[in-house]
Design a protein around this ligand. Structure first.
Ligand code: NAI
Length: 242
């Protein structure tokens, strides 16, 4: 259970982030939902799902790629909730294209959100975790970061980088009671993978189907409660990357 804990979930207002926000709320955690732009969607998740479990919820607008905005947002969350115990770095984007034709801004945008965004959040939460003498970081990476994927060199690089970040942070902070793990989803049915059902990689999934956002949320919930697990990358991929 996560009673008495406060969790920040970036990109927490839809898809996998929404499922994680709701799952953690069902386990008793208060939730700070970070959303990029759509306040109404974030407020809706807070109302419809999170508060239904009798926990606190509040939405904060923040571009995770912006170091200063993240600093201000984490300070605002601390002021509002009093403490932060769990950080889920879920916000992510794709800008797919073959490397030979990829625009520089598409490479930068994906790295800035998916990798630097996670660094920004971790960087500004560490002080709070050190004060608690506990903390739990969960980074949502991807099987693309383990296997590579043609047409996604920017995305795969960002997600592989996130695995390196996860393991380094885990090593740096284990002695202070702070754990850092990653979940590597395969093909999960969300807005991000809309229209991917015809992708030949989907047909190659050993378990024979795409996953659900809840499958990833349950893995994140396990890691949030697994006190002796750190530096792990947990695949939730129907077996595609084994
Ligand atoms: P989604 O596109 O539905 O949700 C992504 C969320 O991130 C959105 O709420 C969006 O507003 C937020 N976001 C994007 N840029 C942001 C920024 N700069 N600042 C703050 N928030 C920002 O995607 P989905 O599928 O729910 O993905 C969630 C995470 O899971 C992503 O990191 C994605 O890379 C990862 N993932 C998804 C897979 C899938 O098959 N859907 C597979 C493997 C990994």
């Amino acid at each position: 259970m996560l009673n008495g804990k406060t969790a920040i979930v970036t990109g927490g207002s839809r898809g996998i982030g929404e499922a994680i926000s709701c799952k953690f709320a069902s386990l008793g955690a208060d939730i700070a939902v970070i959303y990029a732009g759509q306040r109404s969607a974030a407020e809706e998740v807070c109302d419809r799902c999170i508060r239904g479990y009798g926990v606190r919820a509040k939405a904060f607008q923040c571009n995770v790629a912006d170091f200063e905005m993240v600093k201000e947002t984490v300070a605002a969350i601390k002021a509002d909730f009093g403490a932060v115990h769990i950080l889920v770095n879920n916000a992510g984007i794709t800008r797919d294209g073959l490397t030979a034709m990829m625009k520089e801004e598409d490479f930068d945008a994906v790295l800035d959100t998916n990798l630097k965004g996670a660094f920004n959040m971790i960087r500004h939460c560490i002080g709070l975790f050190l004060r608690n003498r506990e903390g739990c970081i969960i980074n949502i990476t991807s099987v693309a970061g383990l296997m590579g994927n043609a047409g996604q060199s920017n995305y795969s690089a960002s997600k592989a980088g996130l695995i390196g970040l996860t393991k380094s942070v885990a090593k740096e902070l284990a002695s202070r009671g702070i754990r850092c793990n990653a979940v590597a989803p395969g093909f999960i049915a969300t807005d991000m993978t809309d229209g991917q059902t015809e992708n030949p990689l989907v047909a190659a999934i050993p378990l024979g189907k795409m996953g659900e956002a809840l499958d990833v949320a349950e893995a994140a919930a396990y890691l949030a409660q697994a006190g002796y697990v750190t530096g792990e990358v947990l695949r939730v991929d129907g077996g595609i990357a084994m």
